[in-house]
Design a protein around this ligand. Sequence first.
Ligand code: SAM
Length: 419
Amino acid sequence: MATGISKTKWNGDLQVSSCENGQFIFRPIWEKGNSENRLYYGDNLSVMKDLLKDKRVKGKIRLIYIDPPYATNSVFQTRKQQDAYTDLLIGKEYVDFMQERLLLMKDLLADDGSIYVHLDNKMVFHIKVLMDEIFGIDNFRSMITRKKCKTKNFTKNSFGNISDYILFYTKSNNYVWNKQFEKWTNDKMLKEYPFIEENTGRRHKRVPIHAPGTRNGETGKMWKGMMPPEGKHWQFTPAKLDELDNNGEIYWSSNGNPRRKVYLDQSEGIALQDIWLDYLDINNQNTHTTGYPTEKNIDMLKRIILASSNENDLVMDCFAGSGTTLVAANELNRNWIGVDMGNEAIKVILHRFQNGTQTLDEQIRNKKEEKQEMPNLFSEQESKNDNQTINNVLPYLIDNYTIFTNGNYSGVEFSLPQS
Ligand SMILES: C[S@@+](CC[C@H](N)C(=O)[O-])C[C@H]1O[C@@H](n2cnc3c(N)ncnc32)[C@H](O)[C@@H]1O
């Protein structure tokens, strides 16, 4: 679970902040493979300004997901009590911070692209108004309510807060959309599809064959000696109803009432709605996690990526944290750009790319064994030369990407984990 501490003291490592004029400020400092995948260490404002100069990226990003700070006025720590990132901008300063960045994101997004902004109840409405202004109210698609954690028994004088929100906008009316379905659970399936067809054993439900409103055409005519009920019309033409009946797809009740059989084996699942209950961040001791605070549920990210992008598309998360979006995108054969200005975040991402994640139980068990020697990615000589490309040959789970930064990295301690 995230550890937000209400304090303003920062004990973490140096964070990069820079914005210079001129050509590309960010340069590759390590690369492997020749993919489009990029990991940036730096303030996303300057990174995005740089990306806007890059023809391969500007207007080419199909999907942006961000999970920025939420204006909590806290410092967030990892499970190992390392300061990970600060969340100290509040009120107008916070809105200005977001506005500046959302404007750049819009320019980076493809015309048929989508953006998802994850927030909690504190600033979601402020940012909704901002998004309406930037992306256009007509391009607002959904506000997803997500159950983020288990029910809380210890609440203040209020209702337990277990939800956060994801604002989903597109850049235009013509956007990539792959409808998502939830799998049937046994309980829901038995409730929704209670009947078994005698001769075939097919599970099905029985639905009316009429719909509200009268029609003058074929669907308003008599079928098998019956007119549609008062104020209604048939859902199909009489010819089509005959065909369904001949195929055994019409059920006739004992009092002669026809209903259409809808079969479970023809259902893709339950269309995903805008309340998500199954994507808690930490569910139990078996939840895989990096230990980075506010790490999001990877299955939730996969859902978003599947819905709003296709294979080989470019996906960006410029508040990458522990790299959940990047790993999800990689698994789903998308190219990705990740940005974070926190030294701890980049360390965690690199570790995750090589080692994956551990369950909470495993983390406790392995705590003692974690003090391995790790080679420093930025050796003294390398950090003096920001044009230098470092090729590393260690085996990786995710090893096809380039790391960029802007020259201010001397003194920080990213390490590539040993295999
Ligand atoms: C809420 S966390 C993201 C967690 C992430 N979704 C995950 O699953 O791990 C927000 C991240 O944004 C980063 N961040 C904050 N301001 C930033 C900025 N201006 N540029 C780049 N990264 C920033 C922080 O360092 C932090 O890692």
